[in-house]
Design a protein around this ligand. Structure first.
Ligand code: SAM
Length: 162
């Protein structure tokens, strides 16, 4: 699908004239490598049994990964950089019925932040290997957090079970 078609509006969808940007000072901390080269092949939501993807961090952030390997599930935040940002209603089924942008997890939103709860597979040399993502190869990485519903690190192995 061409980039122009990806930005096209469907029947009954509405766009607004956006206000000038307020600079939130976001800093991309790395790049996400995935098997998907375009939106047409990318899953709508990731699956924990999906293919391995890599969070490739800028080396200045490598030390910030200390302790992360203790967690089985982590939250990944990313910038869905190929999205238009001005739609207030959307027609995800392309059937003319619309719903408000904030009632959707669509990548098309005023600030196109994607979030996924993923399975942490391993960490190797500043690269975090995960399963459960749903973004195009090269998507900018915003942040990584431990699963907010499970703050406790994995229980240490019971004596004698190793
Ligand atoms: N899991 C995230 C969430 O719920 O916040 C993102 C969900 S969003 C529905 C996932 C879709 O965004 C993919 O199927 C693909 O169509 C689109 N997408 C993936 N990477 C993108 C990118 N870099 N820019 C724009 N759209 C992207």
């Amino acid at each position: 699908m061409s980039e122009k078609n990806e930005q096209a509006i469907r029947p009954n969808e509405r766009a607004v004239e956006m206000r000038e940007a307020t600079d939130a000072g976001l800093r991309f901390i790395g790049t996400i490598r995935t098997p998907w080269k375009g939106r047409d092949t990318c899953p709508r939501q990731g699956r924990l049994d999906g293919p391995e993807c890599r969070l490739v961090l800028d080396p200045i952030w490598h030390a910030a990964l200390d302790g992360l390997a203790e967690y089985e599930r982590i939250e990944v935040l990313y910038w869905l950089d190929r999205s238009r940002r001005d739609l207030i209603t959307q027609s995800p089924r392309s059937d003319g019925t619309t719903v408000g942008t904030f009632a959707l997890r669509s990548p098309v939103r005023p600030n196109p932040i994607g979030t996924s709860l993923v399975r942490l597979v391993r960490i190797e040399a500043g690269e975090v290997v995960v399963c459960g993502l749903d973004c195009i190869d090269g998507t900018p990485l915003l942040d990584i957090k431990p699963d907010r519903c499970a703050f406790t690190p994995k229980a240490p192995p019971k004596p004698g079970t190793r």
